[in-house]
Write a protein that binds this ligand. Structure first.
Ligand code: URP
Ligand code: ZN
Ligand code: ZN
Length: 462
């Protein structure tokens, strides 16, 4: 199969140019003007951007969590991803008690077979036995999974000693430790105070996890990096205070990298006051913050203090899952929200169209920089030799976000009613058409099972 994209605006991290892009099989074969290769499909891209496919490095597909499972699996989750322009994702593979890293990876591969886009895994270290920490070397060099997630909260949190051992080991082998940074004891204390006052509605989820809980945990993690001379990546950074700590560490040459998510850029804690228990839709950890944090995070993206935007896609139905155990207590509401399908449209419309970040910066934080951070050497760029993961993007197409027109396997979207400017027109995943705009919405046009497990390279520096 070959495709010739004619007269599009090819966007990279450093600029844009009008060009043709020729795809043969799975790869980008040529970029130039007036290309005349014979192709099975020729697409006029005048007035459209040609962007590298989005890479979402933070998803939870079919993940056991808080007494239930996140609802999208590798079939529904990757179809929704493709419809939003995401052509590769990195999912969190939670290690079970007693498992080796190799066993955890094989188990996760076993549930990923129907994916329509490529995927990779981060290992979430939940049972940090000495032989598991020692497996970091093989994970980095042989398994193709050189990133390791640890949680400072939840039942499966790890202690600071484990963090230090993992940092030490990853430093030796080109691994990257990712941290969910919130202070467990601050949250535990706040939960007790709120319970005594019978404050158990969804709004109090946010009160129980104040900015200071993130600030302290990011600070502690950054100090462990300083101690070990290793590097760390903070997932779903949400607060102005947390970002301040990241910046201070980076200013001092400590390698602290961080991602944020669309929900922390465009939504705020007023959402927890939605009537009819609607605040439960936004129960996620860390919680939504104030507009001051939204603005600080956009600044961080613009300046480079934040390197990646990811989704933390972890959907639970509003009716049936959010209220299964948590109707009378925010602590029992499954934490997480859907977002993989709306990532690009929200960041483009709220970020680029509103002048908060440039188009080139968007390409960096959604694709090129993400590929570099996580060792996806064949992805993240419109360049000869790279995988043909391509979005033909119509910057003028308007779309009013509504769950009815999305593909995620969940009964709501946090962005219901938001009108965005700019939508994918056609999405190619490794050379194959996978989604396209039809009439008033994106439609899946790909093949289940086309996605492959991608082995990643160890960390090369950022
Ligand atoms: O609330 C969230 N973020 N749920 C998913 C698990 C996690 O902490 O990333
Ligand atoms: Zn987390
Ligand atoms: Zn997460």
């Amino acid at each position: 199969m070959s495709v010739l994209l004619k007269n599009g605006t090819v966007v990279t991290t450093t600029g844009r140019t009008t060009a043709d892009v020729y795809v043969e099989g799975e790869k980008i074969k040529a970029i130039g003007t007036q290309l005349d290769q014979k192709a099975d499909e020729v697409l006029n891209c005048k007035g459209k951007y040609i962007l590298p496919g989005v890479i979402d490095p933070h998803t939870h597909l079919a993940m056991p969590f808080m007494g239930t499972y996140s609802q999208d699996d590798f079939e529904t989750g990757t179809v929704a991803a493709a419809c939003g322009g995401v052509t590769c994702l990195i999912d969190f593979d939670l290690q079970m008690k007693g498992e080796s890293m190799a066993e955890a990876i094989e188990r996760q591969k076993g549930i990923a077979g129907k994916a329509c886009i490529d995927y990779a895994f981060h290992l979430a270290v939940m049972d940090p036995r000495p032989e598991v920490i020692a497996e970091v070397k093989q994970a980095c060099r042989d398994y193709g999974t050189p990133s390791f997630k640890i949680f400072m909260v939840y039942d499966f949190r790890v202690d600071d000693g484990t963090m230090i051992r993992l940092l030490d080991e990853t430093k030796k082998h080109g691994g990257l430790v990712q941290v969910h940074a919130e202070n467990f004891y601050i949250i535990q204390h706040m939960n007790a105070v709120l319970a005594a006052e019978k404050k158990l509605a969804p709004y109090f989820h946010a009160v129980s996890r104040p900015n200071i809980a993130e600030e302290e945990a990011v600070y502690r993690a950054a100090k462990m990096v300083e101690l070990t001379g290793s590097r760390i990546y903070i997932v779903h950074l949400s607060s102005r205070e947390g970002l301040g700590v990241v910046k201070q560490a980076r200013d001092r040459g400590v390698q602290v990298y961080a991602e944020t998510c669309p929900q922390y850029l465009v939504l705020d804690d007023s959402r927890y006051k939605e009537p009819k228990w609607g605040g439960a839709k936004y129960v996620m950890s860390p919680p939504l913050r104030t507009p001051e944090s939204n603005a600080a995070l956009w600044d961080g993206l613009r300046s480079g203090a934040l390197q990646v935007v990811a989704t933390d896609h972890c959907p639970f139905d509003f009716r049936g899952k959010k209220d299964m155990f948590g109707k009378d207590d925010y602590k029992k509401i499954p934490n997480g929200a859907p977002g993989i399908e709306t990532l690009l449209m929200v960041v483009h419309s709220e970020g680029v169209v509103k002048g908060r970040i440039s188009l080139e910066r968007m390409v960096d934080v959604l694709s090129t920089g993400t590929a570099r951070m996580f060792g996806l050497k064949d992805k993240g760029e419109i360049a000869v030799g790279k995988d043909a993961d391509i979005i033909v993007f119509d910057p003028k197409q308007k779309f009013t976000i509504t769950q009815k027109k999305l593909h995620m396997n969940v009964d709501y979207t946090p962005y219901e009613g938001m009108t965005v400017t700019g939508m994918p027109a056609t999405v190619y995943a490794r050379g194959r058409k996978t989604a396209e705009w039809q009439k008033d919405r994106m439609q899946f046009a790909g093949t289940l099972g086309h996605g492959r497990f991608v082995k990643r390279e160890p960390f090369q520096g950022f």
